[in-house]
Structures are given as C-alpha cells and as structure tokens.
Design a protein around this ligand. Structure first.
Ligand SMILES: C[S@@+](CC[C@H](N)C(=O)[O-])C[C@H]1O[C@@H](n2cnc3c(N)ncnc32)[C@H](O)[C@@H]1O
Length: 208
C-alpha cells in the first residue's frame, strides 16, 4: 500500500509523493478555474499557488483518521500558530501518525537570533525584524498597513531546540534534534529546502 505522507504548511512548494497541505488565500484562490492563469498574467499574487494543494486549516482537527499517516514534514509553519494552536497541531500530528510513523519539524531558531544580537552581529531593529513577529514592513504603503492583518502572517510563537523537544516529548514523541538532510525520511532531499535549515531548529521523532 502507498505511504501517506503529509507536507503541512507547504506554501508554494509542491513535492511529489506528498499530500501538500495549506490554507493560504493564494492556495484557496488557485482552486478557482483559470485563476492560476490569470494570476500568471496579472501578478495579483506574488506566488504561483498550485491548484493541487490540499486545503485545510491546520488549527482545526485534521481530516485523517487515527494512526493512518506514515510521515509528516512541516517546515516554517508551526511558528505561525499561537502556542495553544501549536500544541493542538502537534497533538493532531501524533493522533494521525501510525506507530513508528515519522515527524520532522523545522522552525526558526529563536536562540540563534538572540545569540547573534547579543554578540553584536545584529542591530536592534534587525533583531526585531528577523523575529518575524511584525505585521508591518518599512516602506509599506498606507493601504498595505491597513490591510496588514489580512495579508501578513507574522510568527505567533517561537521555539528553541530544548523547548520544542520538551513539547514534542510531552505529547509522546520519541524525538531528537538533527542536522539538515539527516533523516529517516527516504526522500528528504526532495522536501527539505537548504535555505530553510539555516538558523533553524530541526527536530525529528517517531510515535512509539
Ligand atoms: C513560511 S510558509 C512555509 C512554507 C514552506 N513550508 C517553507 O518552508 O518554505 C508558512 C506556511 O504555513 C501556512 N499556514 C500558516 N497557518 C496555517 C494554517 N492555520 N493552516 C494551514 N496553513 C497555514 C501559510 O499559508 C504558509 O504557506
């Protein structure tokens, strides 16, 4: 039987052999016939969202049954959920994973940003910007500022390796911190983006 593999919060990255899941406005618009074509011409959205993305709001109960999924990969998505939503998301991952199923979570590393700032490698304003918690960006028009809560998706929680390991262990995962591309996921090279592993926490675990 074919494995069920979930790429949760895929963005515009569609990976073959995975169910690529997202709920962005772009992914939803891409389901409208001809929208992707029109967008290519008019550049209404700056990303080409794929109409094959499986739409699901990851703050809600997952549409997969208990112990039905083989592998879960989620890169730079957990930090867009608030702490309670993030805990619920990880618990849902636990519920749907089969025993011995693999989960791999990649998030920005709060400690790396703090270390750079403390070492004087980051200006104060760039430290705050790098945290990704702001709705507004310098140079935003007044319209963009007003629309910010609708078009910007700042980080709502941040993690370091120790804390993510603790949270995932409490949920029941047997997990450890790991290096980019070191994984039991056989096609990790297809799904892991090198640039997403820089200054990142990478935790891989199993449901026991
Ligand atoms: C920073 S992007 C990461 C994209 C890709 N995984 C990567 O590493 O480049 C975060 C993605 O999470 C998605 N996302 C955030 N909150 C979500 C939610 N509640 N349900 C589904 N997707 C969500 C966003 O739409 C966005 O595509």
């Amino acid at each position: 039987m074919e494995k069920i593999k979930l790429n949760l919060g895929c963005g515009d990255q569609i990976v073959n052999g995975w169910l690529n899941v997202d709920y962005s406005v772009g992914a939803r618009l891409a389901k409208i016939p001809l929208f992707p074509l029109i967008n290519k011409k008019l550049r209404l959205l700056n990303l080409d969202w794929n109409e094959k993305i499986l739409l699901h709001d990851l703050t809600k109960k997952f549409p997969w049954s208990d112990e039905s999924v083989d592998e879960i990969y989620s890169s730079h998505t957990l930090e867009h959920l608030d702490k309670n939503q993030g805990d619920a998301f990880l618990s849902e991952c636990y519920r749907v994973l089969k025993k011995e199923g693999i989960i791999r979570i990649v998030v920005p590393d709060l400690r790396a940003f703090v270390d750079s700032y403390v070492k004087g490698e980051l200006l104060a304003e760039n430290f705050v910007k790098n945290l990704g918690v702001l709705y507004e960006e310098q140079g935003d028009s007044s319209l963009k500022r007003r629309l910010a809560p609708l078009i910007r998706f700042p980080h709502k929680c941040m993690y370091d390796t120790e804390r993510l390991l603790e949270i995932m262990s409490l949920i029941g995962f047997d997990c450890q911190s790991t290096e980019p591309f070191t994984s039991e996921i056989s096609d990790i090279k297809n799904i892991e983006l090198p640039e997403r592993t820089v200054e990142a926490v990478i935790v891989e675990g199993k449901k026991r």
